[in-house]
Design a protein around this ligand. Structure first.
Ligand code: IMP
Length: 434
């Protein structure tokens, strides 16, 4: 059974939840390796729709152990609410494990995220205002609170007594906001710890033991490659590493323990938040795709920006993630368009550019060079094989495969698990001995 990484190849919201859902039967564990409650997974199971922010989508399967790895930043209030929601809908949540080393998003992180964004005004990143950036910053600054600290009253008091006055000073003096009360915060945080105590674990040990038993594990990234802190369009990025390498640092494995990397992309592009988006569509075509594709943020409800598929960052994403196969989502949303455009290169300051210039200033000047493909009529939701697709749709998928340079193994033509075409086998590396 392979250890598989599922990674978004665009700006997030590629439909990674459906990929997890399709592979769930083959795995014993699903591990989230980065991000926090800035992410939103929507899983459709029959008539039921589940929207999850923190708990890996594998929780919906009784045989799967869902793990929140050390690379995730956890807002305990969100986690507790999510566990409660799932339990209320009959899902057993006692299996959920959270790394003792995962960092906690504290209320001052949320307040500072919002305050910073407001202060940046026109230059704002367009964050989800969930405190993600400030929590990761404190981790790097070594003043973070980890999940295990919530179980240690004396240690927590010591840390918060040192940290909180500085946070309150910034909130009050720089941003003109109220500060937080130390005793109240300690009591709240210890309450979270008591509630979450049964879920805290050394998740690296759990992951390594599962690998040693030969079990299948899915490492589930949130957001996407183009929002990666290192590889995305900095500074319009999130504060962690959604790329496949993040599964190693944030999930507790080494690079040679990954057997396959499944890149997930949509048949077009979307982006939430600020930042350059060379193929963005501002006219009716874009609005039509947004409406048919229900392109609204799961967490914030913000309408997503929509554009043509961009093969320039796609090539880059395939490379930096070492993608072994691709799942192509939402092909059905393009049905009815007369013509479909795909960006194959940029013109930047008069030069043709094929390798993604992740620098936001360069991207802002990039003019897309498009290839045009004929569209197709009618619904394709019923297709279960390439042969059942209109010829133009099949040709579009072939062209994307050529541009990506790796096999497109799965093509999704609807939200349901069954609305999927198994186009090719996924290449999976034989697990190394020992
Ligand atoms: P943050 O992760 O809240 O700090 O936001 C940083 C950037 O990442 C903003 O552009 C957000 O809109 C974007 N972002 C964060 N999470 C997601 C997601 O799950 N889907 C799409 N965009 C996201």
């Amino acid at each position: 059974m392979p250890a598989s990484v599922i990674v978004g190849l665009q700006w997030g919201d590629e439909g990674k939840g459906k990929a997890t859902d399709l592979l769930a039967e083959q795995v014993a564990m699903v591990v989230r390796y980065q991000g926090g409650d800035n992410a939103g997974h929507t899983i459709v199971l029959g008539d039921a729709v589940f929207k999850l922010q923190l708990v890996p989508s594998g929780v919906l399967y009784p045989h799967i152990r869902p793990v929140i790895g050390n690379g995730v930043v956890v807002n305990p209030a969100t986690l507790i609410a999510e566990l409660g929601m799932l339990a209320g809908r009959g899902i057993a949540v006692d299996r959920v494990r959270v790394s003792r080393h995962a960092h906690v998003i504290m209320p001052y992180h949320v307040a500072l995220d919002g305050a910073m964004e407001a202060r940046l005004a026109g230059a704002a990143v367009g964050t989800t205002r969930r405190g993600i950036g400030p929590a990761y910053a404190d981790r790097a600054w070594r003043i973070g609170i980890r999940m295990e600290d919530l179980l240690d009253p004396a240690g927590l008091r010591r840390r918060l007594t040192r940290i909180l006055p500085d946070k309150n000073t910034v909130l009050r003096r720089t941003h003109g906001l109220d500060g937080f009360d130390l005793e109240e915060m300690i009591a709240t945080a210890l309450g979270w710890g008591e509630r979450l105590r049964p879920h805290l674990a050394d998740t690296t040990a759990l992951v390594q033991a599962a690998l040693a038993r030969g079990e299948g594990i899915l490492f589930e990234g949130a957001q996407g490659t183009l929002l990666d802190l290192d590889h995305g369009s900095y500074p319009y990025v999130t504060s962690s590493n959604p790329v496949a390498g993040g599964a190693c640092t944030g999930g507790g494995i080494g690079p040679l323990q990954v057997d396959e990397v499944i890149g997930v992309m949509k048949a077009y592009a979307t982006r939430v938040g600020s930042g350059p988006f060379p193929t963005e569509l501002h006219e009716a075509v874009g609005r039509g795709i947004a409406e048919r594709g229900r392109e609204f943020g799961v967490v914030t409800g913000r309408p997503r920006r929509v554009g043509w598929l961009d093969a320039v960052p796609l090539r880059y994403a395939v490379a930096v993630n070492s993608v072994s196969s691709v799942m192509l989502n939402k092909l059905d949303i393009l049905s009815g368009l007369e013509e479909i455009l795909v960006c194959v290169a940029y013109e930047v300051d008069g030069d043709r550019v094929e390798w993604w210039p992740s620098d936001a200033d360069v991207l802002a000047r990039a003019v897309p060079v498009y290839e045009r493909f004929p569209g197709w009529e009618g619904s394709i939701g019923g297709a279960r094989s390439v042969a059942e697709l209109p010829a133009a749709a099949a040709a579009y998928v072939d062209a994307l495969e050529e541009l990506a340079g790796v096999p497109i193994s799965l093509v999704s033509v609807g939200a349901e698990r069954t609305e999927t075409i198994h186009r090719r086998d996924r290449p999976v590396r034989a697990r190394l001995a020992g």
